[in-house]
Design a protein around this ligand. Structure first.
Ligand SMILES: Nc1ncnc2c1ncn2[C@@H]1O[C@H](COP(=O)(O)OP(=O)(O)OP(=O)(O)O)[C@@H](O)[C@H]1O
Ligand SMILES: [Mg+2]
Length: 273
């Protein structure tokens, strides 16, 4: 993921550089961007804009300002101290020394409370799962028809399906503000199509999915259309959710697969213990 850096420059002091950075950072975070603000001012003005006086005092006392990070070096007492990252909101973090912090910046600018907290959270969710079905439809049946569990974590279209079949008053759909873009692939399998002599019809079917008509059918069945015009028409049917990709945040599927789902990966560690 590329991380644009915005700079406001002016030689003159006291003209509002810091204030501008502060307001732009808030604005971008409110617009759904993940923002890291870096305060490299020894006076920590930007830090003071974001935080209560008491917290600024604590950071100062613990050397968590750029001045504090550099002090050991200046005073000949050692190297540069570790940077500090302060979560302001889920989308906004304050950093006192970006140059040394990229590794500390977790994918979305920091899991609130750190990665360990994120793992604990996911672990706690699994600890509450009475039935872990092997597929989405199975999970829907378990929850909707057999009435097992208080909450179903499901694909959006499954949630809408449950409402359509059993009544809007039966299930409340709660959409998260942020989620992973899930795009099940559609593809013609060459070997099978050629062996069966069905290539023409298979390709026509594949193309039909992306036609206006096909996209309209998808939208009516609660799949978010790819076609931007149809998506606009059906905008009101879907909650506004900011979507990110595995490429954006987890460095691509190959890396994510290895880290999270391979033998002994994060999922195993969470699920087995
Ligand atoms: N648009 C504005 N309206 C009113 N006051 C403002 C505005 N912009 C900045 N200020 C105030 O002016 C003062 C100086 O602003 P700021 O600290 O952002 O300047 P700066 O350019 O970062 O200064 P320095 O060079 O000292 O870092 C602050 O007290 C700030 O709150
Ligand atoms: Mg300033």
């Amino acid at each position: 993921m590329t991380r644009p850096v915005l700079t406001f420059f002016n030689n003159k002091s006291g003209v509002g550089k810091t204030m501008l950075a502060y307001h732009i950072a808030w604005m971008l975070s409110e617009l759904g961007k993940t923002v890291v603000v870096v305060d490299l001012d020894p006076q920590a003005n930007l830090t003071a804009s974001f935080l209560e006086d008491e917290r600024v005092g604590q950071l100062w006392d613990h050397g968590h300002t750029v001045y504090g990070s550099l002090a050991p070096l200046f005073e000949g007492e050692g190297g540069i101290a570790d940077p500090h990252i302060e979560d302001i909101t889920r989308r906004l973090a304050l950093d006192n020394f970006m140059a040394f912090a990229p590794d500390a910046l977790t994918p979305l600018g920091g899991y609130p409370g750190g990665e360990d907290k994120a793992r604990e959270f996911v672990k706690a969710i699994y600890a509450n799962v009475p039935v872990l079905d092997t597929g989405a439809r199975g999970a829907t049946v378990t929850f909707v028809e057999r009435g097992v569990g208080d909450v179903l974590l499901a694909w959006e279209n499954e949630a809408f399906l449950a409402q359509r079949e059993f009544g809007k008053d039966k299930f409340e759909i709660v959409s998260p503000p942020l989620s992973i873009l899930a795009e099940p692939p559609l593809s013609v399998v060459d070997a099978v199509a050629d062996k069966k002599g069905t290539r023409a019809v298979a390709e026509a079917y594949l193309k039909y999915w992306y036609s206006r008509e096909g996209q309209e059918i998808a939208a009516r069945n609660s799949y978010r259309p790819r076609d931007s015009e149809i998506a606009k028409e059906y905008e009101k049917s879907f909650a506004k959710v900011e979507l990110f990709t595995i490429d954006d945040v987890f460095g691509g599927w190959a890396k994510a697969q290895k880290e999270h789902f391979a033998e002994g990966g994060i999922f195993d560690q969470i699920y087995k213990n």
